[in-house]
Design a protein around this ligand. Structure first.
Ligand code: KIV
Ligand code: ZN
Length: 506
């Protein structure tokens, strides 16, 4: 094994996807897996197959669609979980079962109601059982961050003896300090006699904002696999961000460590995940936030123009962001618009580009500066025009001391349907009118409105989650009018329910 290579284990589709409202369907997951393959990750954790039929199916389909990365399926230390994971991996060219159990006093006593010896025995049994199916078995010691190092070393030695090829040391609660986490890895290297037979993996959560620092401390002390997600998404405050680890290792050449990731694909992968999961990236997010390479103060701009490295430690081109920032205004031409869309990985045919350009000019008249999110919204509108149900007309009458009323006209597969309803607010009235047309019991579960930039001329982005027939569907809408954005988000979600399900009644 090349001791300078750090393996990238991407868990965007498993730990990342556990975020409420970020669930993807199988087609979307396969699309993400293919993009991760192009990015150059070594392992794709594709799901937790026993958890749902959808997760099982996704692992199967990803296994078929992806060629060279290892496909990993998560299990508890339970035989049934391992059977199902093995079945889901049957088409994988390289399959890995990721099994494990909690090793901290909290998990042993309060979660598992057990004792250290019994947990050790269950860990060993799970690894041996998984070995019946696959050669590549990764063991996770859940909450290793708060586990006693001496006990952890005993467990790790035993699971390696049982056949574990990778041993994962998760800081499940994001509690450790970087120095403490680094020492934990070093302790295992110094005290587990057979440690050279397995790769040590880090899996750090970001509850105290230390996930990346802890992962790097782990690597500096001998870990050679890092578990990450794109944009750092994941449970609670998230997981270690792939883009941060990769760019730290590239920037700090003195560490003499490298990954297989093609950093030029980082930005477009980040954008894809953000838009598919309806999860905006915070503007100041390292590497992929929209402000990460933008200089606003005069002194910084002057410094960067004299020499980019005065204020930039990474060349944005290395992560797939063009160095030259072209500000789009109402005076920009098609070529500038096309250039910015290309940077976002969006290629439009001439006719579509012309359509987007016309809408871009209308928006540019309302807003001073057109940002990437605005462009994504404009392009999203084009995609929406292919939906079966479209918003054709919306009028709301609202104000103080009056009952809000909304009139909606929907275009359903070419036929027009109109309804008028009242509600306790204009959005409520409009949504009731849509429901009245589609005649289905769709319940709104979550409703989030965000401004993209600032100012009263801003575009409002709306994320909605609806429930229909015990399934959850997510919708997105964006418009300078937040009521229109809300109705569009609702209609977007309804379109996902499936064309066959929604029949319009005249
Ligand atoms: O955070 C964690 O401990 C996990 C394990 C299941 C690997 O996600
Ligand atoms: Zn985790």
């Amino acid at each position: 094994m090349d001791n300078n290579r750090v393996y990238i284990f991407d868990t965007t589709l498993r730990d990342g996807e556990q975020v409420p409202g970020c669930q993807l369907n199988t087609i979307e997951k396969v699309e993400v897996a293919k993009v991760l393959e192009q990015l150059g990750v070594d392992v794709i954790e594709a799901g937790f197959p026993i958890s749902s039929p959808g997760d099982f199916k996704s692992v199967v389909e990803i296994s078929k669609a992806v060629t060279w990365p290892t496909i990993c399926a998560l299990t508890r230390a339970v035989e049934k979980d391992i059977d199902v994971a093995a079945e889901s991996l049957k088409y994988a060219k390289h399959g890995r079962i990721h099994t494990g159990i909690g090793t901290s006093p909290y998990h042993i006593q309060y979660k598992l109601n057990s004792n250290p010896d019994e947990i050790l025995a269950r860990a060993v049994a799970a690894v041996k059982y998984a070995k019946k199916y696959v050669e590549d078995v990764e063991f996770y010691a859940e909450d290793a961050g708060r586990s006693d190092n001496v006990y952890l070393a005993r467990v790790i030695e035993a699971v390696i003896k049982a056949g574990a090829t990778v041993v994962n040391i998760p800081d499940t609660t994001g509690y450790c300090l970087p120095s403490e986490f680094g020492e934990k890895i070093k302790f295992l290297i110094d005290n587990v006699p057979n440690i050279h037979k397995a790769i040590i993996s880090t899996h750090c959560h970001n509850d105290l904002g230390m996930a990346t620092a802890n992962s790097i401390a782990g690597v500096m002390n001998g870990a050679r696999q890092v578990e990450v997600t794109i944009n750092g998404i994941g449970e609670r405050a998230g997981n270690t961000a792939l883009e941060e680890v990769v760019m730290i290792l590239r920037s700090h050449k003195e560490l003499n460590l490298y990954t297989n990731v093609n950093s030029k694909n980082i930005y477009k992968t980040s954008r894809l995940i953000s838009s598919l999961m309806n999860m905006p990236v915070q503007p100041n997010k390292a590497i992929v936030g929209r402000n990460a390479f933008s200089h606003s103060s005069g002194i910084h701009q002057d410094g960067v123009l004299k020499n980019r490295e005065n204020y930039e430690i990474i060349d944005p081109v290395e992560v797939g962001i063009s160095e030259s920032s072209i500000v789009l205004t109402a005076r920009s031409g098609r070529a500038a618009l096309k250039h910015r869309l290309d940077l976002l990985g969006i290629t439009l045919e001439k006719e579509k580009l012309d359509e987007v350009y016309e809408e871009f000019l209308l928006l540019a008249d309302k807003k001073k500066d057109i940002k990437e999110d605005d462009l994504l919204m404009l392009v999203g509108e084009k995609v929406k025009s292919e939906h079966r149900i479209k918003l054709d007309f919306l009028q709301v009458v609202t104000g103080k001391n009056m009952v809000p009323m909304a009139t909606i006209r929907l275009d359903i597969a070419g036929e027009k349907f109109t309804a008028t309803e009242s509600g306790n607010g204009p959005v409520d009235a409009a949504i009731k009118a849509v429901k009245c047309i589609i005649h289905r019991k769709v319940t709104l579960q979550e409703f989030l409105i965000q401004a993209i930039n600032k100012g009263s001329d801003d575009i409002g982005k709306v994320h909605m989650q609806v429930e229909y027939d015990e399934n959850i569907y997510n919708g997105f809408g964006a418009n300078t009018d937040i009521i229109t954005a809300s109705v569009e988000a609702f209609i977007d979600a309804i379109n996902k329910i499936g064309n066959a399900e929604i029949a319009a009644a005249k």
